[in-house]
Design a binder for this molecule. Structure first.
Ligand SMILES: [Zn+2]
Length: 261
């Protein structure tokens, strides 16, 4: 048995020709994406565009996790859903979109609500977790499970005219986790939802597609030139200016999730 991953079929080479021609991705990078597994938690404003670009980029396996149901007010920014999906589960609706888009991709779905008890089993086997959920309790449960399982986390959030995207690898000795960033105060609070503050729809598209770009960089690290996980760098997207700035997040030596990792 060969140790190198299986090559792409000629149909797949055609599909991803614009990636493969990029020296920064190349054939090796595309093969790596085809053998990658990303768990997307939250299929809302972030998860919808992220799913579209991750699927389009040929990520071989996607786990879609969301316990919510499509509401008519979601359609202003959650671009994979249509009027016909209103009232149906987001996870099964997302699977339907994916099946129409590219039936070669392996997809599994869950409509479970993420808790500290089930988070680790829901993300098991993933090479990367993309969290686009909208409350701190879920985000912290996901982040802690990622540290425990040794899986990198790409965290993305959006509200009003601002987005935030950061990659975390708290399981590594020198790298911060999401909890190093936000602290312990938010575990029980269900705040920061866009229903309260509003959100420009296209901001979700920018933040979600930027998260997909960063996800590809994480997955290609060590394989292709584009690979650069950028651990602990928080990118803040400002839709009003418009502009983007980046800050560094240091590991918290007393973090309850990752100190000692
Ligand atoms: Zn930490």
């Amino acid at each position: 048995m060969s140790l190198s991953p299986a090559p792409l079929s000629s149909a797949r080479l055609d599909r991803f020709a614009r990636h493969i021609v990029l020296p920064e991705v190349g054939g090796a990078g595309q093969v790596k994406l085809a053998h990658s597994h990303v768990a997307i938690i939250g299929l809302g404003g972030i998860g919808s565009p992220a799913l579209q670009y991750l699927a389009a980029s040929g990520i071989g396996r996607l786990s879609l996790i969301d316990d919510d149901v499509v509401d008519v007010s979601n359609l202003q920014r959650q671009t994979i859903f249509t009027t016909r999906d209103v009232g149906y589960g987001k996870a099964v609706s997302a699977r339907r979109w994916l099946a129409n888009f590219d039936d070669s991709l392996v997809v599994d779905v869950s409509d479970a609500r993420i808790t500290p008890d089930n988070a680790e089993s829901l993300i098991r086997g993933a090479d990367l977790v993309l969290d686009g959920t909208d409350n701190f309790a879920t985000r912290l449960a996901v982040a802690d499970a990622c540290v425990a399982a040794g899986i990198p986390l790409l965290s993305a959030a959006v509200g009003r005219f601002q987005g935030q995207v950061a990659a975390f690898a708290g399981h590594l000795p020198e790298q911060a986790c999401y909890r190093c960033f936000v602290g312990d105060a938010f575990d029980a609070e269900d705040c920061d939802t866009c229903a309260d503050d509003g959100m420009l729809g296209a901001m979700a598209g920018w933040a979600g597609s930027f998260a997909a770009l960063q996800a590809v960089k994480v997955l290609l690290a060590g394989t292709a030139m584009l690979g650069d996980p950028g651990w602990g760098r928080l990118h803040i997207l400002d839709g009003l200016a418009p502009g983007m700035r980046t800050i560094r997040i240091a590991k918290d030596a007393s973090c309850t999730a990752c100190a000692g990792a």
